[in-house]
Design a protein around this ligand. Structure first.
Ligand SMILES: Cc1ncc(COP(=O)(O)O)c(C=O)c1O
Length: 384
């Protein structure tokens, strides 16, 4: 894989590859065209307003995890704003009724307590998140399984007869994470089989996120067939709200080597860090791909140009991975991590006072545009 980045860009930088995002949008457009479903962007995974005009051409709106994301979706993306949270702050639902016309609740009790307020506001559709009891451990096991034991997400089946269904328009079943088509199809069929009486009470079913529709190997045709069958059986609208699946492989984190250290192996220290800039590397955990290098697996025979890549923070575990390069690395060399648009800059932090990477766009014609650089003030402002 090669990308045409200008040679001397400042690092670290998260770089959106507009051409790749456009290609991913084509998948979403096909699913919408062939099934008539709606697709929303889950902004928790990717919130880059500069990319919204492109995404807005295809997508129906955004889905938020709370008031701030909902407000950003409303102000920057437009179209439909949906929001779900397992609990809302005091006053949050009232404020949300002014910007989100689709508010999802987590239980029958929650709906009962917010119903008067939502009805008074008028024009807001109520959704209920159910816990469908469908586990599909593609990524991270229980850490990313909304149906794991004691999960706080969604009304359990035994509570569904207490729901005031006349006031509920949407059934919501989010259960997937980086799922291939078998997970998406499995969830749709599971909900059809186990929740049919409730589906018949609503006008739409939202199958959440976690549909990894742009991941190589995902059979989009299988998802399309499952949605069509579901719609044919129940006559309801279908909504998907992926985040990662819309932006997988659409950008990079470009870093530079800023130091070398030797301790049995050679450690290259970068201006990017797992702890601060790629927290999912440690949380999932996983080893991100680098253009022009291969990942060295534990137990692999020693290789000539192998380096452990670390961040500069004090956390011993700020280790990105071990890689084999085609030639020796030196201070000043560039390292380009791929697939760095999902759950990266939305989760970053300034631990140790490490500066935040630039946010930038590589446009289709090769122009490189820095959207925002961060400095000391961005670190300082959060410290009161
Ligand atoms: C309710 C809900 N919807 C959508 C998403 C987006 O999931 P993904 O980015 O894996 O597609 C999530 C992720 O946690 C979620 O909790």
């Amino acid at each position: 894989m090669t990308i045409k980045l200008p040679p001397n860009i400042a690092t670290p930088a998260y770089v959106l590859d507009e051409a790749a995002l456009k290609a991913n949008m084509a998948t979403a457009a096909r699913i919408k065209r062939e099934t008539g479903c709606k697709i929303l962007l889950a902004t928790k995974a990717f919130s880059l307003p500069a990319a919204f005009p492109l995404m807005r051409e295809t997508l129906d709106g955004t889905t938020a995890s709370g008031e701030y994301e909902a407000r950003m979706g409303h102000e920057e993306f437009g179209k439909e704003v949906h929001v779900y949270s397992p609990a809302y702050f005091p006053g949050e639902v009232e404020r949300l009724t002014k910007i989100a016309k689709h508010i999802y609740f987590n239980s029958a009790d929650q709906i009962h307590s917010y119903l008067p307020l939502v009805k008074k506001a008028g024009g807001t559709k109520i959704g209920l998140r159910i816990n469908p009891g469908y586990s599909q451990a593609t990524l991270g096991g229980p850490l990313y399984d909304p149906c794991a034991p004691y999960s706080r997400f969604g009304a359990t089946p035994d509570s569904l007869d207490d729901v005031p269904w006349n006031d509920v328009s949407i059934l919501h079943a989010h259960a997937l994470c980086e799922a291939r088509h078998s997970g998406s199809v499995g969830l749709i069929e599971h909900v059809a089989k186990n929740f049919a009486p409730y589906i018949r009470k609503v006008e739409a079913v939202n199958f959440g996120g976690g549909h990894f529709i742009n991941k190589p190997g995902y059979d989009v045709g299988a998802l399309i067939a499952a949605i069509k069958a579901f719609r044919a059986e129940f006559g309801v609208e279908v909504i998907l709200e992926p985040g990662a699946g819309l932006v997988v492989n659409t950008g990079y984190l470009v870093a530079s080597v800023i130091g070398m250290h030797r301790n049995d192996k050679t450690i290259a220290i970068l201006d990017a860090s797992a702890s601060t800039h790629m927290p999912d590397v440690l949380e999932v955990p996983y080893t991100p791909e680098i253009i022009g290098a291969t990942i060295v697996e534990a137990g692999d025979a020693p290789k000539p140009n192998s380096y452990i890549l670390d961040g500069k923070t004090c956390m011993t575990g700020d280790i990105i991975g071990e890689y084999e390069f085609s030639k020796p690395l030196a201070v000043g060399d560039r390292v380009i991590f791929t697939d760095m648009m999902q759950y990266s800059f939305v989760k970053n932090n300034t631990f140790n006072g490490v500066p935040l990477p630039d946010l930038a766009v590589l446009s289709e014609n090769g122009d490189y545009r820095v959207l925002k650089s961060f400095g000391y003030e961005d670190f300082r402002v959060r410290l009161g």
